[in-house]
Design a protein around this ligand. Structure first.
Ligand code: GTP
Ligand code: ZN
Length: 347
């Protein structure tokens, strides 16, 4: 990223401008998080780039966040986010992991060969809707697939209004339709499994090579893990591109709204069930089950809906549980401390 850049090109929009008070408007400097290292954030302002060490007094920020700093580049406050991606922290860890903030369009990247998987796309769509980001499904490796049109139609059938584009990520001309989402001041991001072609697409959209791409094992089409750091690039079209590493695991947390939106057809059918609290699990008068029985709703889709709903509920419950325990622990520490102060003071 250049050291001098206009705020508009960096992705500044009226939504953020409106949050500034008059005093802030006159005195504060505006900065965006363009990289997130273990011990510091890298911030970009109009005229300078600097590093802000991570301390316990800073809120937890993520790539794409906007914040205000004073003339000495000290943190003042973080601005409200327009959108936020997060997932359950990977592995056995409880809690959530922030992925990127203030993204306008999410390219959900999926290859048309062995990686093609409707349920995975539904998972990414739920995440995009929950994050308040416009999703565009990008199907790569069109050149390696004989039935690209048929696969594309299967995705379109999930939602007739969904944007779906198939490309050969290695071919610039072929990727041109994606540029309409990459206008100056827009922030776009890519999400997809490892090896689907995110780095290749990034290179093509950037018009040069900014990411190292890896070869792929022919047998199972699983890419090697090559993209390691999250980074932000300014595209030749003037948009900002946030690149995230291939994620092997993308579990939903706190995502009920997103799942309902990704499965709007099921949500709509559910309004017609006889019981308002119908679980669509054998109850009489269930419109959802009926749609499956008459072949109007794919049973795979219903299963995936149940699976994602359960997953997000389980992960949000364990997160809520941990927050409650942390709060309880905090109270206990406070009461022990005040006990000990009273004891020392002798009353
Ligand atoms: N023929 C063809 N090959 C592609 C296409 N897209 C990606 N590839 C190849 O697939 C392999 C993996 O692509 P990458 O761009 O490294 O995949 P990635 O999603 O960035 O992978 P991670 O960095 O692991 O997340 C590379 O060898 C690319 O050249 C495509 O549309 N057509
Ligand atoms: Zn029902």
């Amino acid at each position: 990223m250049n050291s001098t850049i206009s705020l508009t090109l960096l992705g500044w929009q009226p939504f953020f401008q409106q949050q500034l008070s008059l005093v802030e408007y006159e005195t504060a400097q505006i900065a965006r998080v363009i990289a997130h290292h273990r011990s510091a954030y890298v911030l970009q302002m109009e005229q300078a780039q600097f590093s802000l060490p991570i301390t316990s007094s800073l809120p937890s920020m993520v790539l794409g966040d906007w914040l205000l700093v004073d003339d000495d580049q000290r943190f003042m406050r973080q601005l409200d986010r327009k959108s936020l991606f997060k997932r359950k922290a990977p592995g056995t860890k409880l809690g959530e992991q922030l992925i990127a903030a203030n993204v306008d369009t999410l390219f959900i990247v999926c290859s048309l060969n062995h990686d093609f998987n409707l349920s995975r796309i539904e998972r990414y769509l739920a995440l995009a809707y929950e994050a308040d980001v416009e999703p565009v499904v990008v199907l790569t490796k069109q050149d390696l697939c004989d039935d690209a049109d048929c696969k594309r139609q299967q995705i379109q059938a999930l939602d007739p209004l969904l944007m779906v584009v198939s490309v050969n990520a290695l071919d610039g001309d072929c990727c041109e339709p994606l540029l309409s989402w990459c206008q100056p001041g827009r922030t776009v991001s890519l999400l997809g499994s490892s090896g689907v072609g995110k780095s290749t697409l990034t290179n093509t959209l950037m018009g040069n090579t900014v990411q190292v791409t890896a070869g792929i094992r022919e047998d199972d089409s699983k890419g090697r893990h090559t993209t390691t750091a999250r980074s932000m690039h300014l595209m030749p079209t003037g948009a900002v591109l946030i690149d995230t590493p291939g994620m092997r695991e993308l579990q939903l947390t706190d995502c009920e709204e997103g799942v309902n939106q990704a499965f709007a057809d099921i949500d709509e059918l559910a309004q017609q069930c006889r019981f308002a609290d119908c679980q669509h699990n054998g109850e009489p008068g269930c419109a959802v089950q009926k749609a499956v029985d008459v072949g109007e709703l794919d049973p795979r889709r219903l299963d995936n809906y149940f699976k994602l709903m359960r997953e997000q509920a389980r992960n949000s419950a364990s997160l809520a549980d941990r927050r409650a325990k942390d709060k309880q622990f905090g109270k206990m520490v406070k009461s022990v401390m005040s006990e000990s102060t009273r004891f020392k003071k002798g009353y």
